[in-house]
Design a protein around this ligand. Structure first.
Ligand SMILES: Cc1cc2nc3c(=O)[nH]c(=O)nc-3n(C[C@H](O)[C@H](O)[C@H](O)COP(=O)(O)OP(=O)(O)OC[C@H]3O[C@@H](n4cnc5c(N)ncnc54)[C@H](O)[C@@H]3O)c2cc1C
Length: 383
């Protein structure tokens, strides 16, 4: 029988992290409400790669099977340089043999549906934009844009990169522009059989282009490029066909098969490490706590891991010990991954021809056992 816990938990933000936390907490008997700013669900970002560690974590909630049934399992990741060809190859089947799951390429909307399907009815309150909160020793009160208020025992800030909960806790800490913006889209195209289950990422100094199938007839792609801060670039000024004309196939073809209205442009920001992930009755998770560069495909995965660890800690420990244990458990891993993601993006976008040549030689010479060892650590989800 479901254990009923009297702690009232409010989650601000119904993204990947907030919904996963709500499911994990409800499965442990907590009473939970999610407050989401959007008036209807419209997950931003087209597709997402859910790596092994995310699937292992979601397996704990019984979600890996429904996700596998609507996503596309990948067998290989290849990193290639536009002039020098293949630099590195990761056999995801070996990872799956060891850790149980490969990486899944999935539409964000499908991921969102699976998460929403596993919540109790009436969990989510849409059109509730939180504008801030106040807290004392007994409770926390959230304020919403429509003038309403809600009181809870614990507030989880899962409201993403520009989190209002984080800004209320740490008003002096701002996100940093990375110097990169990123295009994303879904092409109506069937990849040739050798690429059907491969994720390829092509490097060319200022530009990068990564893609994989998301189902039999569609390909999800993302393309980070160096650009000044300010978001002045538009699809028209970027002139995609010309910009990627020198990339090998199927890159130009994927762009041709993507309706321009379906392409999104997102400036990439990072969050510097916070002094703390919690204060009294308020705790942060996901991008609100540690927004990172998307290069390792780990931002969403880390939000999922956060959610499960936080729910586990809450079911075992008193509130304040919980929040301390949650941060102690999660922070070293998340910060190591964020550093690696930043380094990856700097290495991938080296512009000097000589340094690219040197980089390519070093990356090629990296022994397979070393990259496998790093991936084993990255893809392992342990509490
Ligand atoms: C180009 C790109 C590619 C990426 N690719 C991958 C990938 O392949 N794999 C991966 O794991 N990760 C990837 N990521 C990272 C991933 O998208 C994020 O890390 C993840 O979405 C974070 O989840 P979250 O729940 O913390 O925040 P979000 O998903 O941003 O959700 C936050 C939610 O809070 C709501 N909200 C915001 N403010 C308020 C408010 N004031 N009141 C109420 N609600 C509010 C928002 O509407 C939103 O629904 C990528 C990111 C980018 C930019």
């Amino acid at each position: 029988m479901r254990k009923v816990n009297t702690v009232q938990i409010a989650i601000v933000g119904g993204g990947i992290g907030g919904l996963t936390a709500a499911i994990a907490l409800q499965q442990r008997g907590f009473s939970v409400r999610v407050y989401e700013a959007a008036a209807s669900w419209q997950p931003v970002g087209k597709g997402i790669w859910l790596p092994t560690n995310a699937l292992r974590a979601l397996d704990r909630l019984g979600l890996s099977v429904p996700l596998m049934s609507c996503g596309w399992a990948l067998a290989k990741i290849e990193i290639l340089d536009c002039r020098d060809g293949l630099l590195q190859q990761v056999d995801l089947r070996l990872i799956a043999e060891r850790l149980g799951y490969t990486t899944l390429s999935i539409r964000r909307a499908d991921l969102h549906h699976v998460l929403c399907d596993h919540l109790l009815p009436e969990t989510c309150q849409l059109d509730h934009r939180c504008t801030g909160f106040t807290q004392d020793e007994q409770r926390v009160t959230m304020h919403f844009a429509d003038g309403s208020e809600t009181v809870a025992d614990l507030l989880i800030g899962a409201d993403g990169l520009h989190s209002i909960i984080r800004q209320t806790l740490f008003p002096g800490i701002a996100v940093r522009y990375s110097g990169q913006t990123c295009l994303r889209g879904i092409a109506s195209f069937t990849l040739p059989p050798p690429l059907a289950h491969t994720c390829q990422e092509w490097w060319d100094g200022e530009h990068r282009f990564g893609f994989s199938a998301i189902d039999e007839r569609h390909v999800y792609w993302f393309a980070p490029l160096l650009a000044p801060a300010g978001g002045n670039e538009t699809l028209a000024t970027l002139q995609l066909a010309k910009r990627y004309a020198t990339f090998p196939q199927p890159v130009p073809t994927l762009l041709q098969h993507t309706p321009p209205a379906e392409i999104i442009l997102t400036d990439l920001y990072e969050l510097p490490p916070l002094p703390s992930w919690w204060q009294r009755r308020v705790v942060l998770l996901g991008d609100a706590a540690h927004a990172m560069m998307p290069n390792l495909g780990q931002g969403g995965a880390q939000a999922i891991e956060d959610a499960i660890v936080l729910a586990d800690c809450l079911s075992k420990l008193p509130l304040f010990e919980t929040l301390h244990a949650y941060e102690q458990t999660r922070r070293p891993r998340v910060e190591r991954i964020a550093r690696a993601a930043r380094l990856f993006s700097q290495i991938a976008h080296i512009r000097s021809g000589y340094l690219q040549w040197l980089r390519n030689r070093i990356v090629r010479l990296m022994p397979a056992w070393l990259s496998q060892r790093q991936l084993n650590w990255l893809y392992q989800f342990r509490e």
